[in-house]
Design a protein around this ligand. Structure first.
Ligand code: UT7
Length: 318
């Protein structure tokens, strides 16, 4: 048996992000449900979020973000041979999103599969993409995190509808002489599977907020530190820290314990809300657009959410 030779390492060549145009402010929500801007800002850190209308599907958002990442990579559609979409909010369970998105982008017959690790999904998908490139199973991979959470929310449930939002973020992964996507540290806590769930097709997303909050602020710094150790990177080397944008208080707690004094910390949740698998690539694409992270900067990413699942790795940004 022969094996493909692959590549010494893998790197992210480009990012792309997409948000629906419809902005929903806290005041908009307070007109319909028993909540206040003060409560949402102080407890969650969100000022506004984007919500897709019925005319914009999950596939539309994933295709838009994927298209931007592909254009920024300088590659052609035909150069992509694997498409992986991380999502936990497909409109239907069959078919998967990735094959449809690839077809709409003009990517001819790539490998195509979806990943469901909820808000950790992008980090899982990125790890699989990097391994595929290193092993030679793919040369260029389009990784997308996309969510239309709004279709799974009860818009009268103030404990969830003020938090979650819609959007997509994407990255193109390709071969590299030197590794620029570090080893993943991933894990799960399936004993807490009920903490975030959509229990049946007729119900909505529910969340035991405090259970998840406690878990995130007590268990995940170990995974973050482990990812740094395995990449041989110290907190002081980091240009940025981009954790999943679940709650600004969780972001601040993780960042404080990490002690990465020179790192820019992603606070994209303030204007993007919690977009689950899209939050990390969306935050990164917006930070890069604003010039907040220099090319080649080392960034620690940390995804966590339903499952419960988590994953962390160090990347170098394009
Ligand atoms: O992305 C997936 C991963 N998810 C997470 O990481 C989420 C982690 N958890 C959280 O972010 C927070 O737990 C929440 C934002 C979900 C909730 O914040 P909290 O500070 O834990 O609030 P709580 O659930 O303890 O609720 C405190 C109070 C309750 O009222 P009582 O029982 O004290 O009278 C709630 O009913 O706040 C009330 N409340 C609200 N009040 C105004 C809950 N939601 C709202 C609201 N507006 N939207």
């Amino acid at each position: 048996m022969m094996l493909p030779s692959g590549s010494a390492g893998a790197r992210i060549l480009s990012f792309g992000g997409h948000q629906p145009s419809n902005v929903v402010t806290n005041e908009d929500l307070a007109e319909k449900i028993d909540t206040t801007d003060e409560w949402i800002q102080s407890r969650v850190g969100i000022a506004e979020r984007r919500v897709a209308g019925p005319e914009e599907s999950l596939q539309d958002m994933a295709t838009a973000a994927g298209g931007k990442a592909l254009a920024a990579s300088g590659l052609e559609a035909g150069d992509i041979d694997l498409v992986v979409v991380a999502t936990c909010t497909p409109e239907t369970p069959i078919p998967n999103i990735s094959a449809t998105v690839a077809d709409r982008m003009g990517i001819a017959s790539p490998g195509a599969f979806d990943v469901n690790a909820a808000c950790a999904g992008f980090c899982y998908a990125l790890s699989v993409a990097a391994d595929a490139v290193r092993a030679g199973s793919a040369r260029h991979v389009l990784v997308i995190g996309a969510e239309k959470l709004s279709q799974w929310l009860d818009w009268t449930d103030r404990t969830t509808c003020v938090i979650f939002a819609d959007g997509a973020g994407a990255a193109v992964v390709g071969p590299s002489e030197t590794p620029a996507i570090g080893p993943v540290v991933w894990g799960s806590a399936g004993d807490k599977h009920e903490a975030i769930s959509i229990a049946s097709r007729d119900t909505y997303l529910t969340q035991q907020g405090q259970t998840v909050f406690r878990w995130a602020t007590t268990q995940l710094n170990a995974a973050a530190n482990d990812a740094l150790d395995r990449a041989g990177v110290s907190p002081q080397d980091l240009a940025a820290f981009v954790p999943h944008q679940a709650n600004l208080r969780i972001v601040e707690s993780l960042a404080r314990k990490l002690g990465a004094t020179d790192a820019v910390v992603a606070r994209d949740i303030v204007t993007a809300g919690n977009t689950s698998a899209a939050s990390i690539p969306l935050a990164l694409s917006r930070m890069l657009e604003r010039g907040e992270i220099a090319s080649g900067g080392k960034v620690l990413i940390l995804g966590f959410g339903a499952g419960l699942t988590y994953a962390a790795q160090v990347i170098e940004v394009p």
